[in-house]
Design a protein around this ligand. Structure first.
Ligand SMILES: Cc1ncc(COP(=O)(O)O)c(C=O)c1O
Length: 412
């Protein structure tokens, strides 16, 4: 028991501390975790031994000065990866390694946002990015989407409305490739139209390409950065293609942006040992590893999609995404996605409610987001079945499972 009352001394506006879950979650379908079976532990251990014996003495130095941009070996690996998969042709001078792409988002926010600035965002968007931008005082305005991602006509109308009021948005934050949470992929013609429109309105684009490596469709369109480097600040991460706990993300941008960003990075460099080990592993194994990741996550997505169709039937609308780790479900308008959240938590099952993934919370009310990466196939089936039953108990839908009427558990 603490003798000192710290809480009243905390400064205003700090993020709320969430209450602990009623029971330790067992089937985790919230957040963006990865698949444990895809972590190459033995190869990683061998890579760690090799690289520490070879480069260990370099750990004697702080990663300050030019080294704060990140381990050179890792930046070479990243340059190769984005050339291969995203059509981005840059040298390591255009790459800044960050502690996850969460830190990359922070750095961009700190560079550009002052309180009251407008930032444009897809109408459904990554909660972590919205929270960060709002913490800096940004006013987020939504851009309408459809099944192919952001609607460029909606963006144009939004820009014209703002221009009429004399407002120039600071930037557009977008996840064009396997969008979080919707899973949409912006087609090439829309990418070109977006860049054209942004050019005419002098609107910088922050492209978050978090999920682009985890893509199993025909071929992902090139990154916006690849199509027009000078208009785009590109953020990505190894969290989804490799492992979130290594906390390695990166920014690709004009060196003027990176030089300033690195001054705002207050950690004296992202941990070097992690960078060295991951670079050693990925330099020889990236292609094989990412092929396995795509195949496995695609399979788990199919398992979850099948479970949702069986358990929710017509009560859940969704599209099978071409990549990523989430299904974004639209439940009937009468259903609040929060209405069975507490009951699920009591059964040690977690998921995300749509309101937190929507710029206007009300618009996400009847959505939920489910992550299929972390859980086993049996857990996915069990978790989706329990959510459907709990949704039925709270809302009367889904009324059927397979072709049979559901009954309330209380009535049995
Ligand atoms: C769109 C998007 N961007 C960024 C992140 C942050 O990833 P990390 O900080 O692990 O690199 C996430 C995590 O889920 C995400 O979904």
């Amino acid at each position: 028991m603490s003798e000192f009352a710290y809480k009243h001394l905390f400064r205003d506006g700090l993020p709320a501390v969430p209450p602990p879950p009623p029971v330790e979650p067992r089937i985790v379908m919230d957040s963006g975790h990865n698949a444990p079976e895809l972590i190459p532990s033995a190869d990683l251990a061998a890579a760690a031994q090799r690289v520490i014996l070879r480069e260990g003495p370099s750990l004697a130095r702080y990663f300050i000065g030019p080294l704060a941009f990140g381990h050179e070996g890792l930046r070479h690996v990243l340059a190769g990866m984005v050339r291969d998969s995203r059509g981005i042709d840059v040298g390591i001078g255009n790459i800044l390694v960050t502690s996850g792409s969460g830190q990359a988002i922070d750095l961009v926010d700190w560079l550009f946002i002052k309180p009251g600035d407008v930032v444009l965002v897809e109408e459904f968007a990554y909660q972590g990015a919205m929270n960060r931008m709002r913490r800096e005082g940004a006013r987020l305005l939504p851009v309408a989407m459809d099944g192919s991602g952001m609607r460029i006509d909606a963006l144009e109308r939004q820009l014209e409305r703002l221009a009429a009021d004399g407002i120039r948005p600071k930037f557009l934050y977008t996840v064009p490739t396997v969008q979080n949470p919707t899973g949409t992929v912006l087609p090439l013609d829309r990418r070109k139209a977006l860049l054209d429109l942004a050019r005419r309105h002098h609107l910088p684009i922050v492209e978050d390409d978090c999920y682009a490596d985890v893509f199993w469709g025909e071929k992902a369109p090139p990154a916006l950065y690849a199509l027009s480097p000078s208009q785009v600040i590109y953020l990505s991460t190894l969290s989804k293609s490799f492992a979130p706990a290594v906390r390695l993300g990166y920014i690709i941008a004009d060196p003027a942006v990176l030089d300033q960003a690195v001054q705002m990075k207050r950690d004296a460099g992202t941990p070097a040992l992690d960078q060295m080990i991951v670079a050693e592993y990925l330099s020889t194994s990236y292609r094989g590893h990412i092929a396995q990741v795509r195949e496995r996550l695609h399979h788990k997505m199919k398992v979850m999609a099948e479970a949702v169709r069986r358990e929710f039937g017509v009560s859940a609308e969704f599209s099978e995404p071409d990549g990523g780790i989430f299904l974004w479900l639209k439940l009937p308008d009468t259903v609040d996605g929060k209405s069975f959240f507490a009951a699920a938590a009591r059964e040690a099952i977690t998921y995300n409610t749509g309101q937190e993934w929507s710029v206007e919370p009300q618009n996400g009310r009847s959505h939920i987001r489910l992550c299929f990466a972390l859980s086993s196939e049996d857990e996915i089936r069990e978790g989706v079945a329990r959510l459907a039953q709990l949704c039925f108990e709270a809302n009367g839908v889904p009324a059927r499972r397979d072709n049979l009427s559901r009954t309330s558990e209380a009535a049995r």
